[in-house]
Design a protein around this ligand. Structure first.
Ligand code: MG
Length: 383
């Protein structure tokens, strides 16, 4: 029986993880559930899965949660960063699912690694902000980090049994988002509702906006660089609007191996949770005859300049990827609050990056300082 801690259990990935637990109650037991503020859903999950601990963002939400739960509920209720770290590193855990949104995922992931607990990683910001530190710690502790992001799961599956030295480059696929065919001159007027309407993947609001700007793909380039030890210059992005090819690996002999499937996150999640065995998760393979064709195109870097910024941050390294990420989190929340326009997301991030003095080979403190600085700077720019 695998004991799981699910950090971000009320989000899109977390709910899919619990779907798989429901399908395989004989294989998985939920030991910890963590959310930020969605106490109503978390309370339901606690009553269904009976975890040893649960954690929310602060004392006020912990109190609310305890009032919703019936008297006699045995789950220990924690709050704050220390609570998340404790939940992520519980004794006897088999795996920690890191599915928080944003940089908040970093410290519990480090706590789990310190405790020698394997990670199923959906929170890409963890590797974007502190990839070197995280990968080094995982190596030192001999702990696997299994990707949950669909592209990285695809690459991980394509590399199965292959010699990493024979990899020529990685091909990350992108759906292109809802504005793939929108002319540049119409991009300034894009509304929140339009940006939240993703053509192929059902995801949370932050990542859906990141997909619309292609920042999501940029963050994934940096994530892939750390996970697979391939430089960003050898990671190419190709738009695959049907979202059937989830990513590919090109080898030195010109061979390309791709992983294909329906755009359903359960595939990548189940592969990470139960690696190396596959699970029957009631997802059917694509029907190729009815699809007819799969198309590919280059991303338009003039329209989607966030992707360019991410490559620049990956090239420069140091604290710049953290700054890119923090500025993006702030700009996206300002866009979701309808304080800035769609193209201001890119402008804000670029301005914050240009104002930053990069620290090379940063330690965690330097990363945190850069993150805090970038959030403050972005807040100034977005009101
Ligand atoms: Mg992805």
């Amino acid at each position: 029986m695998k004991q799981l801690a699910v950090l971000g259990s009320t989000g899109s990935i977390g709910k899919n993880v619990l779907e798989i637990v429901r399908l395989y109650p004989d294989r998985f037991k939920v030991a910890a559930l963590c959310a930020a503020t969605s106490v109503d859903l978390l309370a339901k999950q606690i009553q269904e899965f009976d975890p040893a601990v649960a954690c929310v963002i602060d004392e006020a939400h912990r109190k609310k949660l305890s009032q919703i739960l019936p008297a006699g509920c045995r789950t220990e209720l924690l709050c704050g960063e220390e609570g998340y770290k404790k939940a992520a590193s519980l004794e006897g855990l088999s795996m920690m699912v890191s599915a928080f949104v944003g940089a908040a995922g970093l410290s519990p992931t480090l706590a789990a690694l310190e405790a020698g607990i394997p990670i199923a990683l959906a929170n890409k910001e963890t590797l974007v902000t502190a990839g070197e530190i995280v990968m080094k710690l995982a190596q030192k502790k001999g702990v696997p980090i299994l990707p949950v992001d669909s592209e990285h799961s695809a690459i991980f599956q394509c590399l199965n049994g292959e010699n990493p030295k024979e990899v020529d480059h990685l091909l990350l696929t992108a759906s292109g988002g809802p504005f793939r065919t929108t002319p540049l001159k119409e991009m300034a007027g894009i509304t929140k509702a339009q940006a939240l309407n993703h053509p192929t993947w059902a995801m949370g609001p932050k990542i859906t906006i990141d997909s619309a700007t292609l920042m999501n793909k940029g963050l994934e380039v940096i994530e892939a660089h750390h996970l697979f030890g391939v430089s960003a210059s050898r990671i190419k992005v190709v738009v695959q609007p049907q979202s059937i090819v989830h990513s590919m690996v090109a080898f030195v002999d010109g061979t390309v191996i791709a992983q294909l499937g329906q755009p359903d996150m359960k595939g990548a999640i189940a592969y990470a949770l139960n690696h190396p065995e596959r699970l029957d998760i009631k997802v059917t393979p694509p029907d190729f005859a009815s699809l007819g064709c799969l198309t590919f195109e280059a991303p338009d870097l003039e329209k989607f300049r966030c992707l360019k910024l991410a490559y620049a941050a990956a090239d420069e390294g140091g604290t710049l990827p953290s700054v890119l990420n923090a500025a993006n989190e702030m700009a996206v929340s300002a866009f979701l609050a309808e304080r800035i326009g769609f193209l201001d997301i890119f402008r804000t991030i670029e301005e914050v990056m240009l104002a930053h003095s990069v620290v090379s080979s940063p330690d965690l403190d330097a990363i945190r300082r850069a993150d805090t600085w970038a959030r403050r700077k972005a807040a100034e720019l977005t009101g």
